[in-house]
Design a protein around this ligand. Structure first.
Ligand code: BV8
Ligand code: ZN
Length: 247
């Protein structure tokens, strides 16, 4: 007995334009802790202590320590079957947009290319003063802070609370949500704005919205289908079912 409704399978077979929003949950089975789970990254610290600019200026060592810890962890993990399924979807559908809140770069490693990184990427840094970017630097010892050639302080190239998302990327994300036939929201608690408005927008514009999460969320009532379970198990099964061995 398949766990998926006929309507959902039909949608997967017939859709031409698909958009997906992912959050930390899609990387959980790769071993990357989520933000708000009990073992969440923010258990020890509170997000306001870390993921905002004032916290960074007040205590750059602490913030760099946290990001260096996360980068080291992310360097050692691999995409899981959920990420892989999404890269197969990009090959399959004529129009496929992957919108992620994650900064771990795992969708790129899994083979997706049409990726919109709403909140930046932890492997990139940029100068607070002149904006010069650089890849994958962190705290060398615990002492010296990474600095730009201009002398400015380097910061992780991620979007912190209270900071605007890259407008170009955000516009593309909403355009994808407005134009798609089928929208997946995967592994996100849907509390962080403006990302959390994307599934609602997709619904308003007539998309069939599917939520995949280990538990219901504040936007489950907007979804046409909510599949409860780990995305690393559900996504591959869903494609297997819909494409009957084509993959
Ligand atoms: C902005 C990057 C304009 C850095 C992040 C009051 C009301 C409404 C909004 C606000 C408000 N006060 C402030 C705001 C705005 C604020 C916001 O939304 N706050 C929330 C918390 C209320 N938003 C902002 O500040 C944004 N900017 O609005 O700019 C502006 C400008 C100036 C002044 C005012 C406004 C910027 C937001 C971006 C912040 N940066 N990260 C970093 O990563 O270090 S947010 C951070 O949370 C991550 O990006 C993360 O992706 C994101 C969302 O979390 P999730 O991905 O959903 O992860 P979470 O742990 O929460 O949930 C995991 C889910 O997975 C769970 O549901 C779990 O059940 C599920 N799961 C677990 N395992 C699995 C699974 N699912 C499937 N399979 C599994 N195996
Ligand atoms: Zn500089």
């Amino acid at each position: 007995m398949d766990m998926f409704s006929d309507k959902l399978i039909k949608k997967l077979k017939q859709s031409k334009k698909v958009a997906v929003l992912t959050g930390a949950g899609i990387s959980a089975e790769s071993g990357v802790p989520t933000f708000r789970g009990e073992e969440g990254l923010w258990k020890k610290y509170k997000s306001e202590e870390l993921a905002n600019f004032d916290a960074f200026i007040r205590n750059p060592e602490l913030v760099w320590e946290w990001y260096t810890f996360r980068k080291k962890l992310i360097d050692e993990v691999h995409p899981n079957p959920g990420h892989i399924a999404l890269s197969k979807m990009e090959q399959h559908y004529p129009e496929f947009t992957l919108i992620t809140q994650n900064v771990d770069g795992l969708h790129w490693k899994a083979g997706n290319r049409n990726i919109l990184e709403l909140h930046g990427n932890i492997m990139r840094s940029r100068c607070v003063d002149c904006g010069t970017g650089s890849n994958s630097i962190g705290m060398k010892g615990m002492s010296e802070l990474p600095r730009c050639a201009c002398g400015g302080l380097m910061r992780p190239d991620v979007v912190w609370f209270g900071e605007l998302l890259p407008q170009e990327i955000l516009i593309k994300a909403f355009r994808a949500a407005e134009n798609c036939d089928l929208f997946f929201t995967v592994g996100t608690s849907a509390v962080v704005q403006p990302a959390a408005s994307l599934p609602v927008t997709a619904k308003e514009y007539g998309a069939f919205v599917v939520e995949i999460n280990t538990e219901p969320t504040v936007i489950s009532h907007h979804a046409d289908e909510t599949l409860i379970g780990p995305s690393g198990e559900i996504l591959p099964k869903l494609l297997q079912c819909a494409w009957e061995g084509e993959i």
